[in-house]
Design a protein around this ligand. Structure first.
Ligand SMILES: C[S@@+](CC[C@H](N)C(=O)[O-])C[C@H]1O[C@@H](n2cnc3c(N)ncnc32)[C@H](O)[C@@H]1O
Length: 243
């Protein structure tokens, strides 16, 4: 495992043995891509493992939707590798990646330039620390996607995500959230419990979120949980819909 901590040294965005994705406290938490050192492409090793299962769930979700999404906004796109995979797998959707970390934004742009997908837009800066984040992106949005964000951010980021989703999503629009969750107050595994402890040690404001707690806030914002899908390595995909 590599790590760049505060001085630009190597860091670790990979899934630990528990299978969850971790990020450094500060920006710059990715490994330079083998082929992209000059262009700024960064690599999160966990992406290689979790992309196929994520695409499978997203694909089945899209396939069963009466009016398939035409546009999508990814929040906390990280290195941008998921965005490339999304754009390739779902060419009928226009994908808007976003990130708050400048190194992440550069990486997304570099991967995008190399991939050349017409349906993948230039990344935009979005910081969910701000309650008003959704006012700075074009809406309405048919599909919102975010992976591995909620446990690595303070609870207000979850609140802001759900409030913004309620404002930005088109009627019937989907919010897809992938990551490490507890279910009805219970950790789904011992490794998830340890992961939660390790997150809180790194930052007391971080921590594994509970699906029930997310559902409650979602409901207050006009969103309802439509499906909870167990994913490999004790992860979870949470699918919510706007009324
Ligand atoms: C564990 S990484 C996940 C990256 C990518 N989604 C993935 O699964 O590989 C967490 C990401 O959340 C981003 N992030 C953290 N806090 C954020 C915030 N307040 N607003 C937007 N992005 C944030 C970080 O910059 C980082 O890219």
């Amino acid at each position: 495992m590599l790590g760049i901590e505060e001085t630009g040294r190597k860091t670790d965005m990979s899934e630990k043995s528990s299978g969850q994705s971790v990020a450094p406290r500060r920006s710059g938490g990715w490994i330079p891509s083998d082929s992209g050192r000059d262009g700024g492409k960064l690599c999160a090793p966990a992406v290689e493992r979790n992309t196929a299962p994520i695409l499978e769930v997203l694909g089945s979700l899209i396939a069963e939707t009466d009016s398939p999404p035409r546009n999508a906004l990814e929040l906390a796109s990280g290195s941008g590798e998921h965005a490339i995979a999304f754009a390739r797998a779902f060419p009928d959707i226009v994908w808007q990646p976003s990130e708050r970390d400048p190194a992440g934004l550069d990486s997304i742009a570099a991967w995008r330039a190399e991939a050349g997908h017409d349906n993948l837009l230039q990344p935009v800066a979005v910081d969910l620390d701000a309650e008003s984040w959704f006012q700075h992106v074009a809406g309405p949005v048919d599909l919102l996607v975010t992976c591995n964000l909620l446990h690595i951010s303070p609870w207000h980021v979850t609140l802001n995500l759900l409030a913004g989703a309620g404002q930005l999503l088109s009627p019937g629009g989907i919010l897809f959230v992938y990551g490490c969750f507890s279910r009805a107050g219970d950790f789904v595994s011992d490794s998830n419990r340890s992961f939660d402890q390790s997150l809180r040690l790194r930052d007391p404001a971080w921590g594994v979120r509970d699906t029930d707690a997310v559902a409650e806030i979602a409901s207050a914002n006009g969103l309802a949980v439509s499906r909870i899908v167990p994913m490999p390595a004790n992860n979870t995909a949470l699918l919510l819909r706007r009324a």
